[in-house]
Design a protein around this ligand. Structure first.
Ligand code: AP5
Ligand code: MG
Length: 193
């Protein structure tokens, strides 16, 4: 199973990916998580990405395409993967098509989680509260100013990715405003399960 999970910041991509990992025994490939790990480890990519991520803007396409190009060739991704937060621009979507074509692979589905913008800020705040309660460190971009920029990046750069996949007949839309369990069930249904 090769899936893309699309959706605005706070839509539930990470939450639903965790459930799909358990169900299909395939890895979650989150460019956000990989970039945060690179920032933490102060690698050259992390040093380049940190200020951009903190502001809420998108990291350059070539950086994330390079990361995903390597990652999907790793052994644990041979049977499939869930792309969480990639592709986020039409250029990234085209690059992914090329990467998959080269390997003779294709996506099984692109699932878009639709959530009202008003609910997204509340979800971000909920995650901050949960993180603090569990003694974790809050994401540097989980603040109102960066969140506004993340939403703007989604509207201008990522929303066209939905149209790109809709045009190819690969897009399945799921109502992300439902409860976590209901969203999981709707994704199962969209995948024919
Ligand atoms: P990334 O890490 O991908 O962040 P994001 O897209 O902003 O999304 P989030 O992780 O905030 O939300 P989510 O959809 O995973 O929601 P979650 O499940 O946590 O990217 C971060 C940054 O990295 C980008 O801004 C950019 O700089 C860079 N980057 C990453 N990929 C890139 C790329 N491809 N190109 C360029 N730059 C890139 O849920 C959120 C909260 O809501 C949680 O508290 C959860 O419990 C709750 N929740 C979830 N589902 C529900 C529900 N159904 N009902 C109620 N609450 C719910
Ligand atoms: Mg996430």
């Amino acid at each position: 199973m090769r899936l893309v999970l699309l959706g605005p910041p706070g839509a539930g991509k990470g939450t639903q990916s965790a459930r799909l990992v358990a169900k299909y025994a395939i890895p979650q490939l989150s460019t956000g998580d990989m970039l945060r790990a690179a920032v933490q480890a102060r690698t050259p990519i992390g040093l380049e990405a940190k200020a951009i991520m903190d502001s809420g803007a998108l990291v350059p396409d070539d950086v994330v395409v390079g990361i995903i190009g390597q990652r999907i060739k790793e052994k644990d991704a041979a049977k499939g993967f869930i792309l969480d937060g990639f592709p986020r621009t039409v250029a990234q979507a085209r690059a992914l098509d090329e990467l998959l074509d080269k390997e003779g692979l294709r996506l099984d589905a692109v699932i878009e989680l639709s959530v009202d913008e008003n609910a997204l800020l509340a979800r971000m705040e909920k995650r901050v509260a949960e993180t603090l309660a569990s003694g974790g460190s809050v994401r540097a971009d989980d603040n109102p100013q960066s969140f506004k920029t993340r939403l703007e990046a989604y509207r201008t750069q990522t929303a066209p990715v939905s149209s790109y996949y809709a045009g190819k007949g690969e897009l399945k839309q799921v109502d992300g405003m439902e409860t976590v369990d209901a969203v999981t069930a709707a994704i199962d249904h969209a995948l024919g399960g």
